[in-house]
Write a protein that binds this ligand. Structure first.
Ligand code: PHE
Ligand code: ZN
Length: 876
């Protein structure tokens, strides 16, 4: 295979030809589907006449080609691995092609493929070129008319974008439906679904009084699992009207659930296709977290109708234009309809664990990359989550009202166009009057900025002097960084009063909670007229995607944990306090000295457990120790075993000392009323289950009994799964084995529940986790061609820190074996699965060598561009 080539943002040119209208006819067959395309083509006004027509196309068998009705001779066009070229074309013409494709052989799940008995498509980013010859780029936008022909008995339902306009019977037991989508769209938003599907239907009246039909299409056995997605959809539609003034623009909105899908879901115009795991819920089969995830993803895809579809990306370097903005929108939605502080805590803990690691590793890239080999590798936490943090900073910089005016301006000015990140930011600048030039660096500089802060209080002058120094580390291809514009939201909490002090900066009064702007490498801020010494509460609400170091004492942190008015920073103070204690214990473990628990952490937990709280959900977060992955993120070099031992020690020490308090919290939060995914119930469940985790960490007799009861009561999946996890992760196989067996038998028929069953067992800390993975790979419910299964079994194992990082290298070897197989079956998933190996530089020398050896072994294969790009970066 020839070495894949990089594509550069700086090479962008408008297309030579554009397509204004696209007519497609699919004659569906698993082995040989025929696709006829009639493209209405015209020369781009900015390009000269006489240029060749170049169309993308991969794995297509061309059957016929004609221009304006005239079949082309063989010497009038050229076919390559990448597409089709016609040297001479008129300035305006009709192009007719017919190709043959084989959906049943498509294991990459890009283009048209089979999932069970159905046909479905996935075109983002570059899947449409596996369906027909086309200018497969987002700046070519056309209206579509699509006719789907299929076997009437096995494929009674035939769907595509827009509205159905015609249907009928055909000879040989076939039938057809024709769909028209009046909104011009890039081909990555094209979708087709055909199968034996059942629908659940509902209605929504838009703000201007139009009736929209809402449909969720599923396999018959899943008909009982759509309520929550439908309710979420309606909430999201209303929210987008009320919050952003955005109304839905077709008469029909469809969601389809498919079992084989590379990602969470896809925002195809009027026909969103969902991974079944991201749409189906039932109290007996889905956890609270899954219910909330479904709500967020349904909203995310719906919001794309404006941020992504009506206004789309000029090229794939602008991916965060639609994804960063849309993630910000779905995060705001979820915060509004659930507990806002908990949503922020969850998002930030995930971000600081996973995105920080990405930003510090060999695949680090800016939110707007300037080159790539395979765009499929850029659906990353940086593009999505860091992109959302940038939009959030913008909102906070200009204020909600100006932000909303900027958003309105963006949607009206660019409606129906394919645009850039500058276009978005310039609307915000225009609507707010802010200069955002320096701010733009957030899009072009990779790496997590580190802020070193320190401060001192001058009693005599009643001043607090805060010094902030910023530095962004070098990342691949970017050795030197410039100073960013970093908004730091802060308060100064009075050490006597425990209250936020009034802030006066340069004679200006800023209230008690304010944003200061760090723009230089180093800046000093002097707050005056402070009657008492403060402890600073910095970067409240995680006001910027940065690492902030401040030399807090443990007393300072305990003080903030008790007094900070910002719920997020109160939680963060607790995390920092635990991290300091964990640091000591990690060192103790490594040096082989006796571990001693920090009494201040115990006292802080005691206060939390015995105080009366109005927010149980936040309390549950506060009682949760930083994860091993997050602790690892804080260490200069990751010592897997020391981290595991230290965290376990803290957990057990807390459980032993505060056993009765945990038990009381557990008992106080039991609830036998019927399950509902409501904030209050969710909060009580999470608090109860956190308490149970502590009790189980010491295998307390009563705790064990409660876990077993909770498992056997089968009240709802949140409780059952949590109990099963605790039993499975305990040291006692007499607890783990019967529970796993019962659960596996009960749910053998439900693939989404079996995924959970896989994950739970392979993430256990006991030494047999790797053997279990191998054993389960032969389980009838497992399949390497189904991405959910791969993630549930292999992905979950790669997160099992002690076992994946086994010193004999067997964990790494297993992952590399899987990557090598997936490289042939599904390159996109293969490339994603490599991630843990790319982080080798963070580990000790022995593990480094083992991990690199596996990367080298992968490199020796005949690689897809996806895997090639990741492996080359990892070994560079
Ligand atoms: N655009 C989808 C989303 O963010 C994600 C996706 C990308 C799905 C590529 C499939 C393929 O909602
Ligand atoms: Zn998206």
């Amino acid at each position: 295979m020839s070495q894949p080539q990089a594509i550069y943002l700086s090479d962008y040119r408008p297309p030579a030809y554009r397509v204004t209208h696209t007519e497609l006819t699919f004659d569906l067959d698993p082995a040989a589907t025929r696709v006829k395309a009639r493209l209405h083509v015209e020369r781009h006004p900015e390009r000269e006449a006489g240029e060749a027509l170049e169309l993308d196309g991969e794995q297509l068998t061309l059957k016929s080609i004609a221009i304006d009705g005239q079949p082309l001779e063989e010497d009038e066009y050229q076919l390559t691995e990448q597409g089709l070229r016609v040297a001479r074309v008129p300035s305006r013409f009709l192009l007719d092609t017919e190709v043959e494709i084989a959906p049943e052989r498509n294991t990459a799940l890009e283009g048209l493929y089979r999932s069970g008995g159905m046909f479905c498509t996935q075109c983002e980013a570059e899947g449409f070129r596996r369906i027909t010859f086309y200018p497969d780029r987002p700046d070519v936008m056309a209206t579509f008319s699509t006719t789907v022909i299929g076997d009437a008995a096995s494929l009674p339902v035939l769907l595509s974008n827009g509205n159905p306009v015609e249907k009928g019977e055909l000879p040989n037991g076939r039938h057809f439906v024709t769909w028209e989508d009046p909104h011009p769209k890039p081909c990555y938003l094209f979708a087709l679904v055909a199968g034996d599907l059942k629908k659940v239907e509902d209605h929504f009246t838009t703000m201007s009084g139009r009736d929209v039909t809402l449909q969720i299409w599923v396999e018959e056995e899943n008909l009982g699992k759509t309520d929550h997605a439908m309710a979420s959809l309606k909430r999201a539609m209303r929210w987008d009207e009320e919050t952003y003034g955005r109304e839905y623009d077709l008469d029909l909105f469809m969601i389809v659930a498919v079992n084989d899908f590379n990602m969470g879901a896809m925002e195809n115009k009027g026909l969103n296709i969902f991974n079944s795991a991201a749409v189906l819920t039932h109290p007996d089969t889905a956890t609270d977290a899954a219910f909330q995830r479904v709500e967020g993803i349904v909203a995310h895809e719906y919001f794309h109708n404006w941020s992504g579809n009506r206004v789309t990306c000029r090229d794939w370097f602008q991916l965060s234009l639609k994804e960063g903005f849309t993630v910000f929108r779905d995060q705001s939605f979820s915060a509004d309809v659930n507990s806002a502080p908990v949503k922020r805590i969850e998002d930030v803990s995930f971000f600081r664990t996973a995105q920080f690691a990405e930003d510090a590793g060999p695949t680090a890239h800016p939110v707007r990359p300037d080159h790539y080999i395979e765009i499929g590798n850029f659906y990353t936490l940086t593009i999505y989550e860091k992109g959302a943090e940038i939009v959030r900073m913008l909102r906070n910089l200009v204020g909600w009202e100006a932000f909303r005016r900027g958003s309105d301006l963006y949607f009206s000015r660019f409606d129906g166009q394919a645009v850039t990140i500058e276009d978005f930011v310039s609307c915000m600048a225009e609507a707010s009057g802010h200069n955002l030039d320096q701010f733009m660096l957030w899009y072009s500089q990779a790496g997590t900025p580190e802020i070193d802060a320190h401060g001192e209080y001058d009693y005599a002058r009643a001043e607090y002097r805060l010094i902030l120094r910023q530095r962004t580390p070098a990342t691949p291809g970017q050795p030197d960084k410039q100073a960013l514009h970093i908004p730091i939201r802060l308060g100064l909490v009075g050490t006597k009063s425990g209250r936020d002090l009034a802030l006066t900066l340069d004679g200006e009064s800023l209230g008690r909670d304010a944003v200061i702007h760090l723009r230089e490498d180093e800046q000093e801020f002097v707050f005056t007229d402070l009657a008492e010494a403060p402890v600073p509460s910095l970067a409240r609400g995680f006001s910027a995607p940065i690492k902030l170091n401040f030399p807090y004492s443990r007393e300072d942190l305990a003080f903030l944990l008790a007094n900070d008015s910002d719920g997020f920073n109160r939680w963060d103070a607790g995390q920092r306090l635990s991290l300091l204690a964990l640091d000591d214990l990690i060192a103790a473990h490594r040096n082989g000295v006796e571990k001693v628990m920090d009494g201040r952490v115990i006292e802080a937990f005691r206060t939390l457990l015995t105080g009366d709280t109005d927010d149980k959900a936040v309390l549950a977060e506060m009682l949760t120790l930083p994860s091993e992955a997050y602790i690892a993120e804080q260490q200069p070099l990751v010592d897997v075993d020391a981290i595991h031992a230290a965290r376990q020690f803290v957990k057990q020490s807390l459980a032993r000392t505060l056993r009765d308090e945990f038990l009381a919290v557990y008992q106080a939060n039991r609830d036998d009323s019927p399950y509902a995914p409501e904030p209050d119930q969710i909060a009580a469940r999470s608090l109860k289950n956190v308490a149970l985790s502590y009790l189980m960490s010491i295998e307390d007799e009563e705790g064990v009994e409660l876990a077993q009861q909770q498992f056997e009561a089968e009240h709802n999946m949140t409780d059952v799964r949590h109990a099963l996890t605790l039993l499975t992760h305990s040291s006692r196989d007499d607890l783990a084995d019967p529970a796993l067996k019962a659960f596996g038998r009960k749910w053998a028929h439900d693939p989404l529940v079996m995924d959970q069953w896989f994950s739970i067992q392979v993430s256990r800390p006991q030494a047999d986790a790797l053997e279990r993975v191998k054993f389960l790979m032969d389980h009838p419910a497992f399949s390497l061609t189904n991405p959910n299964k791969v993630r549930a079994l292999i992905g979950a194992f790669a997160q099992n820190r002690v076992n994946f990082h086994r010193l004999d290298g067997e964990g790494y070897k297993l992952l590399a074996d899987v990557v090598i197989e997936l490289n042939r079956l599904n390159p996109e998933i293969a490339a994603r699965m490599i991630t843990p190996l790319t982080r080798w530089a963070r580990y000790d020398e022995t593990r480094q060598e083992l991990m690199k050896a596996e990367l080298e072994r992968i490199r020796a294969e005949d690689l897809s561009p996806n895997v090639y790009e990741v492996v080359e970066k990892a070994l560079a």
